[in-house]
Design a protein around this ligand. Structure first.
Ligand SMILES: [Zn+2]
Ligand SMILES: [Zn+2]
Length: 310
């Protein structure tokens, strides 16, 4: 089968052995490129297939998305149901520590399979994971409903935050660099941010975005980080202190009372097809992965989510 690897020659699509093992094999139909995939390229050649946002079909025909995280089942975090925080989870993280989904097939034995609602197109269901990340962040914000919410950064994860927060918030404001990003936010129910907010999602990962988030937060408001800080960032100490801001980091997705973030995300995607049509801007066949990665990394391309279709 074919699989996307980062080698000394850059992004390549290689012939690799079919996945083996006892568990279910997912025949991948769609995988989307994440900002973290682009960051990992800076680490040089990687020994595994990339891709942690994926959807496909089991051999029995079941259509699924896949939780790339998996718990060891024995540590204290797994015992309390926080499998995404498993002490031993990194080596099993699909596309990050283990073979991922930019391939014809992936072994999903230890991974949670997310059955797709009937009306959710499988070619859009690779968004279940990134939207689930935003759903997880909204849950960690402990919003009760009716809050004013702002999102700083309008890349894929910022727009996913708009989509995830809109059903609960009274209003969603967005801070974005480009008019096209504001327009995408507006399609999902946001407007240009103005005024003060109860909860601010930081989805850009930069120091200036964090400063903006602190400015937008009301006293005793909360900043939720959906971004990844690949380098240390300075905390805007005085506004954070003088407003007694709360900071909450959000990582991947997990089960919660009565459900799972990924099932919630799949339901949200099925209920509002505008989310996928706004987020997915480009699609490429698997063999064009090098070009897909180039487009995903090119800010001038207008790319939000770039999808590979094996
Ligand atoms: Zn991702
Ligand atoms: Zn564990």
């Amino acid at each position: 089968m074919r699989a996307v690897r980062h080698t000394e020659h850059g992004i390549e699509v290689l012939d690799v052995p079919e996945p083996d093992g006892d568990g279910p094999i997912v025949r991948v139909r769609a995988g989307s490129i994440c900002g973290s995939d682009l960051h990992m390229l800076a680490m040089g050649p990687l020994p595994f297939t990339l891709g942690h946002e994926l959807a496909g079909v089991l051999d029995d025909g079941t259509r699924v998305a896949v939780d790339p995280t998996s718990g060891c089942g024995t540590c204290d975090q797994c015992a309390r149901g926080a499998t995404h925080l498993c002490r031993n989870g990194f080596d099993r993280l699909l596309g990050v520590g283990a073979h991922g989904g930019f391939a014809n097939a992936v072994a999903a034995s230890d991974h949670r399979l997310v059955p797709l609602p009937e009306s959710l197109r499988i070619e859009d269901a690779c968004l279940v994971e990134p939207l689930g990340v935003a759903v997880h962040g909204v849950r960690l914000s402990r919003m009760g409903g009716g809050e004013r919410v702002a999102v700083v950064g309008a890349g894929a994860i910022g727009l996913a935050a708009v989509a995830a927060a809109s059903p609960v918030a009274s209003e969603v404001g967005i801070v974005a660099r480009h008019d096209a990003q504001i327009a995408a936010g507006e399609r999902l129910g946001a407007r240009a941010a103005a005024g003060e907010y109860d909860v601010v999602f930081e989805a850009a990962g930069t120091e200036s975005a964090l400063a903006t988030a602190a400015d937008l937060c009301r006293p005793n408001g909360m900043i939720v980080f959906l971004s990844t800080h690949w380098e240390p960032v300075a905390i805007p100490g005085l506004p954070a202190l003088m407003k007694e801001l709360a900071f909450q980091w959000s990582y991947c997705t997990c089960a919660h009372d009565g459900g799972h973030d990924l099932d919630d995300a799949a339901a949200l995607l099925a209920a509002d097809p505008e989310i996928a049509s706004t987020l997915i801007t480009h699609r490429f066949p698997l063999d064009d992965a090098a070009e897909a990665f180039r487009v995903a990394a090119d800010r001038a391309s207008g790319a939000i989510k770039v999808v590979l279709e094996p």
